[in-house]
Design a protein around this ligand. Sequence first.
Ligand SMILES: [Zn+2]
Length: 480
Amino acid sequence: MLIAITTAGLLVSGHLFAESLPLQSVNKAGAVIDAAIEAHGGNDAITNLDTLVQTADIVNYATGQSRKPGPPYDQAALANQNAIGMQDEIFVTRNTGEGGGFVFDQGVIINGENSWQLDYRSGTAGPLLEPDFNTQSGPFIRVTPALLMKQLQARRNTSNWLGEAAIDGRPHDVITLVMETGPALGLYFDRESHMLTRMERVLPPFGQIEYEFLDYAMVDGIPFNRQFKLFVNGEENLVINIQSTVVNGPLDAYLKVPESLEKVAAIGPDPLSTQEIDEGVFLIGGNGTYALFVEMDDHVVAIGGTQTVPASIAEMRKVIADKPIRYGVLTHHHSDHVPGAAAYAAEGATIITFQENATVVREAAGSDDAKLEFVEDSMTLTDGSRSVVLYNIGPTPHAENILIAYLPDQGIIFEADHFPQPLNGVIPPAVPATVAFAAALDKLDLQYTKIVGAHSPRVASPADLKTALFRESAAATGSL
Ligand SMILES: [Zn+2]
C-alpha cells in the first residue's frame, strides 16, 4: 500500500517537472500578483475598493500635436475629475482646459441607460445611445495602480510573467495584463517593495506608451500614486499631479446632469459612410475621421490624411471605380492627420504637404521614395474644367502651416481641426482656431455654401460658422 502511494506521488511530481513554459509563466505571474496585491493594501482592501473619485491637474506635452512639426513641443494645461464605481459600472469624467487653439470643458456620464455626453461650453447634454463602461473607464484604470490591482485580481489567470528588468538600478518583475479592451499591458513590480512603478504598452500607429507611477501615499489603507507620467516613444507626453482621492464615497452627485445644460439629440455610433456633397465630390469616413474625394476627368484628388484613408479609399472605389488617385493632400503635420500618407504612397499618388513637414510625412508614408510636392501659400489642382484650390491659412493657434481645400465651382471648403462640429445638435461656441479659420476665409474672400471637415460627417453652412462666432463673442461678454 505504502509503495503504491509513493509511486503515485512520484508520478505527480514527475508531471510537475514537465510543467509547460506557459504554465510556469502563469504560475510565476500569480506569485508576483499575490505579492503586489499585498503591497497595494491587501486582498480585502482591493476587493472592497468599489468607488473612487480623483481630481488632478494635467500638463500635456503636445508630442506630434504642436504648432510646429518637431520639438520642443507645446504644452497645454488641463484639469480633470474622474469618478468610478466598479460594482455598478459607473464612470463619470470631466476635462477642462485649453491648448492647440482649442478651449474645452467636457464630460461623460456612463451609467447604464442614463448615460450622457456633456459639453459645458456648448451648454448641452446628449444621451449616449451605446455607453461603453470598459472603453470609457479604461484610460483612468490604466493610470490608477489600485484599480489595476483589481484587474489583476479578476484576471490573474490571463497574466504571464515576461521576465525581469532593472528600473533605476532596482530589479523588477514584469508581467502582462490583458484588460477588456485595448492591447496587453506590461506591468513592472519592484522586487523589494512589490509596488507598481512602471507600465508599457504598444499602441499602433502611435508607438510605445510608457507609464510611470510616482510618489505613493496611503489613502484609507491603499497606496495611491500622487504623480504619474506618460511617455510616447520615449518622449514625455503627460504629467498628472493628483490633487485629491476619495475611496468608497457615494457617487450620486456625479450622476446628475446639471440643470444648466440643455438636453440635445442622442449621440450614437458613426459608421463608415459615403456622402455625395456635390456631383463627383464625396465625403467618406466614419468614427470621427473623414476624407474628401474629388473626381476629376481622368483622376481623383483625395484630401485629408487621417487613419480613415485606407477604408475611405475602398469605399470610394464603389462610386469611382476606374480613376487613379493622382494627389493625396495632407492638411497638416499632426500625428492623427498623416497616417493616410502610407495609403496615398501605396496608390502611387503624389502627396501634397509643406516642405517643413517632409520628415514627418516621409516617416508616415513608410517610404523615402514617396512622391512629395510642396505647397507654400496656395496651389491649384485642375483638369481644365474642375479645380481644387489649396490655401495655407497658417499660422493659426492650431498649426504653423495648415491647408484648407476650396472647390470654387461647388462652393465647398474642406478643413481640419479648425471648426469642430458635433454629429448633430447645437453648434458649439467658436474656439480660437475657429476664429482664425473664419478670419482666413474672410481675407481670402472665398464664396462658399458648404464646409466639411476631417472630424465630422456634418455639412455646415456659412450661417453655422457665424453661429459659432456669435456664441463665442456672446460668451466672452457674459451675455449668455
Ligand atoms: Zn491638428
